[in-house]
Every structure is written in structure tokens, then in C-alpha cells.
Design a protein around this ligand. Structure first.
Ligand code: DC
Length: 228
């Protein structure tokens, strides 16, 4: 049976970078579930799909072909290909960030995503990051982490990332988008972002990436020992 590590937390808490490094250290498959919702949102925008047309969105979820290609640079997220096109950058644009929370709060969309996420982790030890992994997707995950950091710190990190990537935004804009996204993600009816009861919370506000990675790897080895 595969070992599942669930990492949930708000936008900008460092889930992407940390999950990548932990997976690399312990040889796990990793899945950035946010990228799945981002690809769907991009398709909705590009095809000008009415967000009330739920069936169309569910069809997209079932038909989109998403591939992750490793970026050897540990400071970078992996490449994401949607139907063979490299969408790594465009899925993280403000246009996508602005409406993704609305699309990902639709019940039918989440149900369709659920199957995809569960199938991926069926046979391989997997570390999966998102908003509802420990609460809904894998309520029986072997290890659950809730990764958090102060809102201002998260906005600073995102702003810095954007600057480095040449994405032109102000700190205030980043902060506002994060605030809105967190609010919708936490208050939605279906699978809201919240800490699972049995998740271990890590507040990374004053921690380095390496410190967080070491903490999670340590927790994994502890759990492994007790599972064997
Ligand atoms: O992790 P991220 O910032 O790339 O996620 C983008 C959005 O996707 C997030 O604001 C809400 C949605 N999402 C979700 O609803 N459930 C998940 N498991 C992952 C992401």
C-alpha cells in the first residue's frame, strides 16, 4: 500500500517549493493539485466558457491532458504541460489567480478532480499538496501537514517571486489577491481550506525553507517507523 503525505495550506505558504524538496529527499511522487485547478481555469478563460456551464467545465477536467516535467532547479516549480503546451507561466498569471477560487468552489468540478487525484496516488508513495488533501481527498493520509505563515509574509514571498520572474505587480495587488483567494478558499461550502483535526501545523513565517523541509522529512521517518 502506498504512503500518502498530505500538505494543505493557504496561498503563498510555500507548499510548492517545500513539497518538491521533500519529495526529492524521500523519493516520493509529488502532485501539485493547484496546477490541475489552474489548467482548468486557463481553459475556461481561453474558451470563454460561462462559469455557470458546469457540464462544460466537468468535461474539460475529464479531457485535459496534464503532464509535469521536472525542472532540475530546486528553486523552481516543475514545468506544467496542458495538452502538450507549456503553460507553466501562464497558469500563474493574475488573470487565472483572479477567478480560480470561484471555479474551484464548484462542487461538480471538485468531484471530477477527486477521481484524478486519487488515481494518481494509487500505486505510488505520494506527497500531494493543495487545500483539501488531508480533509477530503485523502482523509486517511499517513501524514498530514497544515503549512501556514502570516498573510503579510506570504504576500512578500509571492511579490518577490513575481519580481524575479518579471511579472509586473505591486505588493498591494499581490496582498489583495491573496486575501480574496484565502477568503473564498476558506469560506466555500465544498471542501473549504481548513486544518484537518489530525494534521500537524507548521508555521513557516520565521523558518527557512530547509528548516521546514527537515521538519517534514523527520516527521515522515517517525511515521514510517511506526507504520512498519
Ligand atoms: O496552490 P495554488 O495556489 O496553486 O492553488 C490555486 C487555487 O486552486 C487555490 O486558490 C484554490 C484552488 N485549489 C483548490 O481549491 N483545491 C486544491 N486541492 C488545490 C487548489
Amino acid at each position: 500500500m502506498s504512503f500518502i503525505i498530505a500538505i494543505d495550506g493557504p496561498a503563498g505558504s510555500g507548499k510548492g517549493t517545500i513539497t518538491k524538496r521533500v519529495a526529492n529527499k524521500i523519493g516520493f511522487l509529488r502532485l501539485d493539485t493547484g496546477a490541475l485547478y489552474r489548467c482548468l481555469t486557463l481553459e475556461v478563460l481561453r474558451n470563454k466558457i460561462d462559469i455557470n456551464d458546469i457540464q462544460k467545465m466537468v468535461d474539460i477536467v475529464h479531457n485535459m491532458k496534464i503532464e509535469f516535467v521536472t525542472n532540475e532547479d530546486m528553486n523552481e516549480l516543475d514545468y506544467v504541460f496542458l495538452n502538450k503546451e507549456d503553460v507553466t507561466k501562464v497558469i500563474r498569471s493574475n488573470e487565472v489567480n483572479n477567478i480560480i477560487s470561484v471555479i474551484s468552489s464548484i462542487k461538480e468540478v471538485r468531484e471530477a478532480m477527486l477521481h484524478i487525484q486519487r488515481n494518481i496516488a494509487k500505486e505510488k508513495n505520494t506527497i500531494m499538496e493543495g487545500r483539501d488533501i488531508g480533509t477530503v481527498v485523502f482523509p486517511n493520509a499517513d501524514l498530514k501537514i497544515y503549512l501556514n505563515a502570516d498573510m503579510e509574509e506570504r504576500a512578500r514571498r509571492r511579490y518577490k517571486e513575481n519580481m524575479e520572474k518579471g511579472i509586473n505587480t505591486t505588493y498591494e495587488e499581490v496582498l489583495q489577491i491573496l486575501k480574496n483567494r484565502d477568503k473564498i478558499d476558506m469560506e466555500r461550502e465544498v471542501a473549504p481550506l481548513k486544518k484537518a483535526e489530525d494534521a500537524i501545523e507548521i508555521d513557516s513565517t520565521n523558518m527557512s525553507i530547509e528548516e521546514v523541509v527537515e521538519r517534514i522529512v523527520g516527521l515522515y521517518y517517525n511515521r514510517c517507523g511506526s507504520k512498519a
